[in-house]
Ligand binder design. Structure first.
Ligand SMILES: [Zn+2]
Length: 307
């Protein structure tokens, strides 16, 4: 969990963090979250704090802040931090799903400034999406829209913990590639990944796959190319469906230092999209990088206060 004090121009004035430790239970996590929020506004007059914005992994209902079976936050189902945050700070509390909030941050302060049709896709441990159409976020029933990571690209592929099979998340996310690497190594494949994980394949992660690829490891290169192909199909389909002015890709996977990644992804997107995108697709890398969640939380909070 991270907290920051952000001003109206998108400057981060103070920043703190603490591990989420979901296993310690929801009340304890809420308490610790309030703790880092208080740390980030230390020394600031209470009247200068206009709202608290929260960007959270989902599935989460942005109206109520209630979680619905969040896959990585066991024990948080049907719970919300909203009432405790309102009591602690006595200002409006605005909650959003992380990828959607990231799209809003890019519109306010990043690569999508001045635009009204924006798609943000984050490719990290998992894959998520935020879709803005005609200036408004697509929210869906209970705020659950935007799960672009669960678009199926290989019907016979591995199962994901959301209940689908062969969705782009299990193929192209950092965790998806790491899982597949473990499986192929267990089946006898040779790879530099074994050395990078110090002989313990359970330690393989997405970053190591990119590191191995950068050193020419064939297994890692195959997994990345498979991921790029799958992601290209999904992003191309999103362009065809929504006709955005920009499709921003953020998250750690593309940033992990395997240089051909972006050019290959761009080519894969253009190949999967309609003819009008064949020469050029409106694809961009996130301008806000690691800070996109903090800035997004601030962006939805300011938008609420201004409305
Ligand atoms: Zn899935």
């Amino acid at each position: 969990m991270r907290a920051a004090l952000v001003d109206q121009d998108g400057n981060i004035l103070a920043k703190t963090s603490t591990p989420t430790e979901p296993a310690e239970g929801f009340p304890r996590a809420t308490e610790r979250f309030i703790g880092i929020l208080r740390d980030s506004v230390r020394g600031v007059a209470a009247s200068d704090v206009v709202a608290v914005g929260v960007s959270s992994a989902g599935p989460i209902d942005p109206e109520t802040g209630v979680y619905y079976n969040p896959p990585n936050l066991h024990g948080w189902d049907r719970k919300t931090m909203r009432p405790a945050l309102e009591r602690a700070f006595d200002v409006p509390v605005v909650i959003g799903h992380d990828a959607r909030v990231a799209a809003i941050a890019e519109m306010r302060w990043g690569a999508a400034r001045g635009m009204k049709n924006v798609i943000y896709v984050t490719v990290s441990t998992g894959i998520g999406g935020g879709i803005i159409v005609d200036g408004r976020p697509v929210v869906g029933v209970k705020g659950l829209a935007g799960e672009v990571g669960h678009i199926v690209v290989e019907p016979d592929g591995p199962s994901c913990n959301g209940g689908c099979r062969g969705c782009v998340e299990v193929i192209a996310s950092g965790e998806g590639m790491a899982n597949e690497a473990r499986k192929r190594i267990a089946a006898g494949a040779r790879s530099l990944l074994l050395k990078l994980s110090e002989g313990d394949p359970s330690r393989i992660n997405g970053r190591m796959v990119f590191e191995a690829a950068a050193q020419g490891d064939q297994l890692a290169l195959d997994l990345i190319q498979r991921g790029i192909g799958a992601l290209g199909q999904v992003l191309g389909g999103l362009l065809n469906t929504f006709s955005p002015e920009i499709l921003i890709v953020g998250g750690s996977v593309g940033a992990d230092g395997y240089r051909p990644y972006w050019a290959d992804l761009d080519a894969a997107v253009r190949k999967s999209a309609l003819l009008r995108y064949r020469e050029k697709a409106p694809l961009a890398v996130s301008h806000l990088g690691d800070e996109v969640s903090l800035l997004g939380a601030a962006a939805i909070a300011f938008a609420h206060v201004e409305s």
